[in-house]
Design a binder for this molecule. Structure first.
Ligand code: 9WN
Length: 438
């Protein structure tokens, strides 16, 4: 008889095509986001990739996270890039000779055997470790996976909570737009405007060898990224001295979700998770207190240097929907905002745009200034489902699967047309489509 559906594993299914991307991007110890644009290991990419990879190879998913955590600094920070020594220096900018982790990062405890960047990315890792464990608890237990990663994840959270509470209100700050992961979001325009850009001739962008200039950040953005990173490096990667400090809703929401996951990991290891759950709850209260904007009906970023909430609507302000412990009325408001004119999910867009459709800076092709990304859609899908918004969650899931597959697993897409932008064969697009396919 005819098989009327497409089960995971059938020869030309999405499962197979997505798994092929992850296979092609696998280096033996980790998965690169893109063979062309991003030929090293990235921190939050690896966490998202592990979440999908667990359906193909739980062991590889565990290795992915362990490789990243092996590059952790003694102060607890998990670097945003772990460099692959066999990739030529000019393949990606900024390269290891810019970050100089083993010398400039000496005091902060950078590892000696691997080269890394000195900034961080959103802490999706404990959440990923917990989900990876669940895919195959037997292999995980036999390898002592959770016991191995737990102390490193705990030190990572400790670093963020102790060294990065720059506002003193309990939330974590990012000190560079690359740390938050949505590099050129209009949310950063105001805090970045105060930064004197490094001269364009002082560095060479490798991204323009692979990506269309109109899909990427501008040279002026890059000048400021370089200035901020160089200042941080020149201060020995010591925290609390830089000119840029922003409390971001997605970064903090991911920390909260990961703190809950870490509590569950502790419980699985026979300890108590009570203190961690309580901490996650306190962080949730701080998130609401410091970043919720009732008029916008969503969370906003707080600029610690310029003072106050940044009046730009980025998708990051919807990501806290992920938290099961969010007050009911805020959940309702977030869902209304997601469906309303600024994001128009299910109406004019099928995946949430990265930035306000009505915002002055909106650009449907330029990176984080409007295009829709698959990681944020995955986070919103999880959140909608957790809060019982099944109709919206189902539609978003279907859109992720369809657009990931038909674009060749694009890095991001035009939120109106679904046209592919950036790289194809992109790691987290393949991984998160795989996860939602299961
Ligand atoms: C800088 C790897 C990374 C993602 C980020 C995305 C982009 C890097 C870049 O690529 O940033 O870290 O060179 O533009 O913005 O979210 O982790 O995929």
């Amino acid at each position: 008889f005819e098989i009327a559906y497409d089960p995971p594993g059938s020869s030309d299914s999405l499962h197979v095509r997505a798994a092929r991307v992850l296979e092609a991007n696998w280096t033996g110890r980790a998965t690169v986001p893109s063979r062309s644009l991003y030929p090293h290991q990235w921190s939050w990419d690896s966490a998202f990739i592990a979440i999908g990879l667990r359906h193909v190879s739980p062991l590889r998913a565990q290795t992915e996270l362990e490789t990243l955590l092996a590059a952790q600094w003694a102060d607890g920070r998990v670097p945003h890039i772990v460099f692959n020594p066999s990739v030529p220096l000019d393949a990606y900018f900024p390269s290891p000779d810019f970050w100089r982790s083993s010398t400039a990062g000496h005091t902060a405890g950078a590892p000696r055997t691997v080269q890394t960047s000195g900034i961080v990315q959103p802490p999706v890792h404990a959440l990923a470790a917990w989900l990876v464990h669940h895919a195959d608890p037997e292999t995980s237990r036999s390898r002592g996976f959770l016991a191995r990663v737990y102390p490193r994840l705990a030190a990572w959270h400790r670093y963020l909570l102790h060294r990065r509470d720059l506002g003193g209100g309990g939330l974590v700050s990012v000190v560079h737009p690359w740390e938050q992961g949505m590099d050129n979001s209009p949310c950063w325009d105001a805090p970045l405007a105060r930064i004197t850009p490094a001269p364009a001739r002082s560095f060479r962008r490798a991204d323009l060898d692979h990506g269309a200039a109109e899909d990427r950040p501008t040279d002026l953005d890059y000048g400021r990224y370089v200035r901020l990173a160089a200042d941080y490096r020149n201060a020995g990667y010591a925290d609390g001295q830089g000119e840029f400090a922003v409390e971001d809703p997605a970064f903090n929401a991911l920390l909260i979700a990961s703190e809950h996951a870490l509590a569950r990991i502790a419980e699985e290891l026979g300890a108590t998770g009570t203190a961690r759950h309580a901490r996650a709850e306190r962080l949730t209260a701080a998130l609401v207190e410091r970043l919720w904007d009732p008029a916008a009906g969503m969370f906003l970023c707080r600029d610690l240097k310029g003072g106050g909430l940044i009046q730009e609507r980025g998708v990051s302000g919807l990501v806290p929907l992920l938290l099961p412990g969010l007050p009911r009325d805020l959940v309702g408001a977030l869902v209304r905002t997601l469906r309303g004119p600024h994001f128009s999910l299910g109406d004019r867009t099928r995946l949430a745009p990265s930035y306000d459709l009505l915002g002055e800076a909106f650009d449907p092709h330029r990176y984080w200034r409007g295009p829709a990304w698959f990681n944020t859609s995955w986070l919103l899908e999880r959140g909608l489902r957790a809060h019982g918004e099944l109709h919206l969650a189902d539609a978003l899931r279907a859109a992720v699967l369809h657009l990931a597959d038909t674009t060749g697993f694009a890095e991001y897409v035009d939120p109106y047309t679904g046209e592919a932008c950036g790289a194809t064969g992109f790691g987290w697009t393949a991984a998160l489509a795989l996860d939602l396919h299961h």
